[in-house]
Design a protein around this ligand. Structure first.
Ligand SMILES: Nc1ncnc2c1ncn2[C@@H]1O[C@H](COP(=O)(O)OP(=O)(O)OP(=O)(O)O)[C@@H](O)[C@H]1O
Ligand SMILES: [Mg+2]
Length: 527
């Protein structure tokens, strides 16, 4: 293990790293930091939650002078939430050095961004669409950019950002340093790397399994109509500190977060159709713990780092194994443990096996939590909360009435009644009906892709899963977005992607007679 002092970093950067509580460099950091400091281009791959942000962030800020009054570094991320988060981490890393960072993303008032740009930030972190918008308006100039980072590059291409990224990179002076981080290395990423990276060094922390080892995975077999009860029982049984529940569609996320709220859970939803203000508010609440269940589409699958996420629940299975890996990677981060549960309908078992095969990890089956287990979980939580309050003290004003009650009633009875009062805040009788989702099926992949194997090192080797999945044919972003998105900068694309992953039109063979073909649903598929 390497300490950060061994990289020869300046004291102000070291001090910030210490304040962040980082003691040793993670493997991807140990390998990337010296390469990035040397000025070489690089391509990095490592498991979720292993500190890739600091792996490029530390060398990046180390190479910037405080006196600089132009944009010298540009970081691109696929989603707005990620732009904010990465900006935040870079800012923390450079707080003693005093580097100015600015996140730039769609959905935010452009005039406000232009005003912020006048304060001469040195590092810009943004989504490609909005960045290009500023470049075209000449409110962002790239003439002095010396470092470019593409974070979650494969995802950006999947979202249809290839043209924008190419347009941006063409405008950055050629003698820059470029760092590309990507979970997978499909041909379109390789093409991008060939086109824009100069003799890149590959850093691939090759794990035995694709997903982070600290995540305990399990699945529960449920019928579509049992899913909601299964979820509430699971939440009660496990009482997560913070949980992310992934739903397949925006409609699903809306219905589910509303249903959870009705049942008394502190939950809220996140997807690409919400206004930027709503998205920011939900994320802020989740980060500060004022909501403890975040219901989200895949917009939250990549890169998001919220400490305290103890559980990820796939209410609906994702279409792609790679999306599964990213979703569950929202827990089990930075050396902490986490649990990932997936609901699988009987018709999706084959798809689950496919995910197991690609991720090279057997996912054990667990039984549906019983009502008794759910109640027990709730009681345990209440008992914990009671004891916490006892330890905190500050209950003197209740002691008088307590003594008075104890003179007349039995202590066990009194405490039980108090617990009943505490646990009874959830309105379990509210009828909940969710619009059913169609089951996910195994997508037929070209046989040569799955059997191609991968090169463990030195090439575009993927993450070491050995299945060749990470080398599969690229789903070229360019033809995903269709013709009509231009001028509707990156916000709309994130929403398109939410559909393109799993929200296929309902198939005629899916429960046609049970499926209410509501207008809302149809509209949501047409968008
Ligand atoms: N050396 C370190 N020691 C301890 N914690 C660290 C270290 N480096 C980073 N972290 C913390 O680990 C968490 C995960 O880091 P980060 O978000 O960069 O992971 P990632 O590899 O980019 O994950 P993902 O693939 O999901 O994007 C963050 O909270 C970060 O502050
Ligand atoms: Mg990341």
């Amino acid at each position: 293990m390497k300490t950060f002092a061994e990289f020869g970093l300046e004291p102000k950067v070291l001090q910030a790293i210490t304040e962040l509580g980082f003691e040793e460099a993670t493997p991807i950091q140990a390998q990337s930091i010296p390469i990035a400091l040397s000025g070489s281009d690089m391509i990095g791959q490592a498991q979720t939650g292993t500190g890739k942000t600091a792996a490029f962030g530390i060398p990046l800020i180390s190479k910037i002078s405080k006196e600089e009054d132009r944009i010298v570094a540009l970081i691109m991320t696929p989603t707005r939430e990620l732009a904010i988060q990465v900006a935040d981490e870079i800012e923390k890393l450079s707080r003693f050095k005093g580097i100015r960072t600015l996140p730039i993303y769609g959905g935010q008032d452009i005039v406000r961004q232009i005003r912020a740009l006048k304060k001469k930030p040195q590092v810009i972190i943004g989504t490609p669409g909005r960045l290009l918008d500023h470049i075209n308006r000449k409110t962002i100039k790239l003439d002095d950019v010396k470092m470019v980072v593409l974070d979650e590059a494969d995802e950006m291409l999947d979202m249809g950002f290839m043209d924008d990224i190419q347009a941006i990179l063409q405008l950055v002076p050629k003698d820059r340093q470029t760092m590309l981080f990507s979970a997978t290395m499909p041909p379109n990423i390789q093409k991008l790397a060939q086109q824009f990276l100069n003799n890149p060094q590959h850093v691939s922390v090759i794990p035995k399994q694709v997903s982070a080892p600290l995540i305990e995975q399990a699945y529960i077999e449920v019928h579509e109509r049992q899913k909601f009860d299964a979820l509430t029982r699971l939440l009660d049984m496990e009482s997560p500190e913070l949980a992310i529940v992934f739903g397949r569609t925006k409609r699903r996320v809306d219905e589910l977060s509303e249903a959870l709220q009705k049942r008394g859970y502190s939950a809220d939803g996140l997807h690409g159709d919400l206004s930027q203000n709503q998205r920011d508010t939900v994320m802020r609440k989740f980060r500060d713990g004022s909501i403890d269940v975040l219901v989200a589409t895949d917009v939250a699958a990549r890169g998001l780092d919220v400490s305290g996420v103890t559980h990820v629940i796939n209410f609906d299975l994702p279409q792609d194994p790679e999306s599964y890996v990213h979703r569950i990677g929202r827990t089990g981060r930075a050396g902490k443990e986490g649990k990932a549960w997936s609901f699988v309908t009987p018709r999706e078992i084959e798809h689950l096996h496919f995910i197991e095969k690609v991720t090279r990890h057997r996912i054990p089956r667990k039984p549906l939590p019983t009502i008794a287990e759910a109640i027990e979980g709730k009681q345990r939580l209440m008992a914990e909360r009671l004891l916490e309050i006892v330890q905190q003290g500050e209950i003197n004003e209740y002691k008088g009435i307590a003594i008075h009650l104890l003179e007349e009633y039995d202590s066990v009875q009194l405490l039980s009644a108090a617990m009943k009062l505490l646990t009874g805040n959830k309105n379990d009788n509210t009828q909940i009906e969710l619009t059913p989702e169609e089951p996910i099926r195994v997508k037929r992949r070209k046989p040569d892709i799955r059997s191609s194997g991968r090169k463990p090192s030195g090439g575009y080797g993927g993450r070491g899963n050995g299945s060749g999945f990470y080398n599969r044919q690229g789903r070229d972003g360019g033809d995903r977005r269709g013709g009509g998105y231009r001028g509707n900068k990156d916000g709309s694309r994130s929403s398109e992607r939410e559909y393109s992953r799993g929200d296929r039109k309902p198939r005629s063979d899916f429960d046609n007679n049970r499926r209410p073909a509501s207008k809302k649903e149809e509209a949501s598929f047409e968008k």
